[in-house]
Write a new protein. Sequence first.
Length: 195
Amino acid sequence: MGISIFALIIGAIFVNNVVLAQFLGICPFLGVSKDVKSSVGMSGAVLFVMLLATIVTWLVMQYILVPLNLQYLQTIAYILVIAGLVQMVEIVLKKIAPSLYQALGVFLPLITTNCAVLGVALLVIQKEMSLLYSVIYAASIAIGFTIALVIFAGIREQMELTGVPKGMKGVPIALVTAGILAMAFMGFNGLVPLP
């Protein structure tokens, strides 16, 4: 691969932020960002699922689908892997962190349909990354997701304390704020070449 690891990390976190530049993973971004604690928990779950999903899907592609000439089953296989990993995270969180499990609510099973997780799994194959680059890329994307989610959650918590006009309370101000945050992240374009 022709890009350095540093450029890959910076590019994935800031330049191609999965939420604010690629607009993937918007559902949990808007749904779980009401408080910082929930957003950190969701970010941890997404990081875990994204890393494991990337590793497992890369291995499935290289050692099962390609040798058997079944590449056309890639998306279905990836969705099944991601769904299984999310179920595992759900079971573990329910046992070791029931309050976080309750706080995440319906958004935890939605990691299965979080297009950011599937997008990363598909992108690493499309860009022909090695397993090491794939894992670094997935971790960087998850860190970028975390940064965007936590910043947005902090801003939303602050907005609860300010005088937002009645017609802008709730979803409208959240969408305006998300748009402004996305424009702020656009300032990182040109920082490093795209992977």
